[in-house]
Design a protein around this ligand. Structure first.
Ligand code: FE
Length: 348
């Protein structure tokens, strides 16, 4: 049984709730697993809740979640051994590896995770695991750009796109990882030259989030933009009418299909170093790599499964398959500091 002193803050009330309910433990396949799991999540509630519901239904393990867009790593550090956190969930390889570098995650040996997640999508030391994938696509104006006019990330630096490219700030993790992928492909000097060319083609100062780039194409401010693929689905099928117009104004280009493949990033997680419910934590990560959860990533947020045995869900399938860059994503995190230097140098 977990000592009450390890549980505090927002979890205390929930913990007492669990205590006064019938069982503190649940029997699963002969093992005793804690009846609760504490999650620190950078992912938003609307997205995570369906996974939590499915997990609790299947295992009987109740979940408590701290949602925050920032500051969870600092919080884990401050809490140290007393931290109630079992699992950390976040997006982008840079953020995952940051948790590992701060020594906030512990290695996990799990045959299920090893089998369900290709090696390029998990840490060599098993401290973090990707759970879904996303690709950064080129969005082009349906009206003003021929669908075959642009194919590769490298094309964004060509003079013909002068004054026609939109982007969010270079220092956002999505773009930093993208630049890291170009460094991995061509080296720092060529990547700098490329990034310089992209910046020279900007129609406006980098600004806004990914969806704002589609909006700018819709409004005619630019013809070409960089965007994570799932925002297309979120705009098209979400409840904001104006965003459907933005989505309908663009075509999606999976980049570098005749070469190294499209840049891929991930969402993922790991088990907290001082997890009080370690077995439940591992079970949760394993659950997230199984077919039911893997399909949920597509249904809830248009993300691709990380498990190659699971086919992408409905809408994703309709968008067609694409060739992904085979680079182990850990390399993107290693190159992130160099990518940031490149971004600063060219003023992206
Ligand atoms: Fe996003």
């Amino acid at each position: 049984m977990i000592s009450l002193s390890t549980i505090f803050g927002p979890f205390r009330r929930l913990y007492i709730g669990v205590m006064t309910s019938v069982a503190m433990t649940t029997f699963i396949a002969g093992e005793i697993v804690a009846a609760e799991l504490n999650i620190y999540s950078h992912r938003q509630q609307f997205l995570l809740q369906p996974f939590l519901d499915a997990f609790t239904t299947e295992t009987g393990i109740e979940t408590n979640v701290v949602y925050a867009s920032k500051g969870l790593a600092q919080r884990l550090q401050a809490e140290g051994e007393a931290s109630p956190a079992d699992v950390v969930l976040t997006v982008d390889i840079s953020r995952l590896s940051e948790y590992a570098e701060l020594d906030l995650l512990s290695p996990v040996q799990s045959d299920i995770l090893t089998k369900n997640i290709p090696s390029k999508f998990r840490a060599a030391d098993n401290r973090w695991f990707a759970l879904s994938t996303r690709t950064r696509i080129i969005a082009v104006s349906k009206d003003r750009v021929e669908p075959d006019a642009i194919a590769d990330l490298e094309d964004l630096a060509k003079p013909e796109w002068e004054g026609r490219v939109c982007s969010r700030k270079g220092s956002h993790v999505y773009n930093r990882s993208l630049v890291a992928s170009v460094i991995a492909a061509h080296g720092e000097a060529a990547a700098t030259e490329w990034a310089d060319g992209v910046v020279a083609n900007f129609a406006r100062k980098p600004q806004g989030n990914d969806r704002a780039q589609a909006k700018a194409i819709f409004q005619g401010q630019c013809d070409v933009a960089i965007m994570n693929h799932y925002y297309f689905g979120k705009m098209l099928y979400g409840d904001k009418a104006e965003q459907k117009d933005w989505a309908n104004a663009i075509n999606l280009i999976f980049t570098n299909q005749n070469g190294r493949g499209a840049h891929v990033n991930v969402s993922g997680g790991g088990v907290a170093k001082h997890s009080p419910n370690r077995e439940a934590a591992i079970k949760f990560l394993e659950f997230l790599t199984m077919p039911v959860a893997q399909q949920l990533y597509g249904e809830v947020n248009f993300e691709y499964p990380v498990n190659p045995q699971v086919a992408p869900g409905g809408v994703l399938q309709a968008w067609g398959a694409f060739k992904a860059d085979e680079l182990p994503i850990e390399r993107l995190a290693e190159l992130a500091p160099m990518a940031q230097k490149v971004i600063d140098r060219v003023g992206w």
